[in-house]
Ligand binder design. Structure first.
Ligand SMILES: NC(=[NH2+])NCCC[C@H](N)C(=O)O
Ligand SMILES: [Mn+2]
Length: 240
């Protein structure tokens, strides 16, 4: 495991602040930073909104446990902590409150064998890029919401990893994977969530402007501009 104590300390603090702001009735926006933050933000939001559901938009499932991880990076594990599948003394503060039926993924295309088994075992709704190609983004978002929020009455936490998008649109990120969502598909997800009127929290993570491609000097700017557009859409900006 890489830097487990530091990540735990940061996440525990972030979690407390998110919980406080969510309890005050605010929409909580967290900018990251790596996706280990998801255990903090969702862990905090669910304390304030126990009937919370989560849309996790990502190229990766981030559901490794300390036992299944190859490289030990904690940004590949937050969902396992949220579901209570990972336990470590440093992470005793994570309460594992999220039920597997309350999270759905969109955008997956780089999943390890152990993660696949975990998704299957817990019956977690996951829409890969194959599903986006097959059904179109409109249908995929509808199916994801039908799974976790059938009455559209539950508060929604949108955890958006910028690497869900194709690296041509969002190159400045640590673990890019080709074959991702288009800009419009990413934005459509955010618009559809805004339309429900149930957004209570959003994460925009894995935006790393220090990863600039020397052959593409505005790659960082492009990534940041994309992230900002997604956030504006989720918060209700309309095209018309
Ligand atoms: N949030 C992310 N970018 N996660 C990437 C995870 C990559 C890989 N599956 C791992 O566990 O290390
Ligand atoms: Mn992620």
């Amino acid at each position: 495991m890489r830097r487990p104590r530091l990540v735990s300390k940061v996440c525990e603090k972030v979690s407390q602040v998110v919980e406080e702001r969510a309890r005050a009735g605010e929409i909580v926006l967290t900018l990251g930073g790596d996706h280990s933050l998801g255990m903090a933000t969702i862990g905090g939001t669910i304390e304030a909104h126990p009937d919370l559901c989560v849309l996790w938009i990502d190229a990766h499932a981030d559901i490794n446990t300390p036992e299944t991880t190859d490289l030990g990076w904690l940004h590949g594990m937050p969902v396992s902590f949220l579901l209570g599948l990972s336990q470590m003394p440093e992470y005793a503060w994570t309460k594992g409150r999220l039920h597997p039926s309350r999270i759905a993924y969109i955008g997956l295309r780089d999943i390890e064998a152990g993660e696949k088994a975990t998704l299957k075992k817990h019956g977690i709704k996951a829409f890969s890029m194959h599903h986006v190609d097959k059904f179109g983004i409109t249908k995929v978002v509808e199916m994801a919401l039908d799974a976790v929020n059938p009455g559209r009455d539950r508060p929604i936490h949108l955890s958006f990893d910028i690497d869900a998008l194709d690296p041509s649109i969002a190159p400045s990120t640590g673990t890019p994977v080709r074959g991702g969502l288009t800009f419009r598909e990413g934005r459509y997800i955010c618009e559809a969530v805004a339309e429900t009127g149930r957004l209570v929290a959003m994460d925009m993570v894995e935006v790393n402007p220090s990863l600039t491609d020397p052959a593409d000097p505005i790659s960082a700017q492009r990534t940041v501009a994309t992230a900002c557009a997604l956030i504006r859409s989720a918060l209700g900006e309309n095209l018309l």
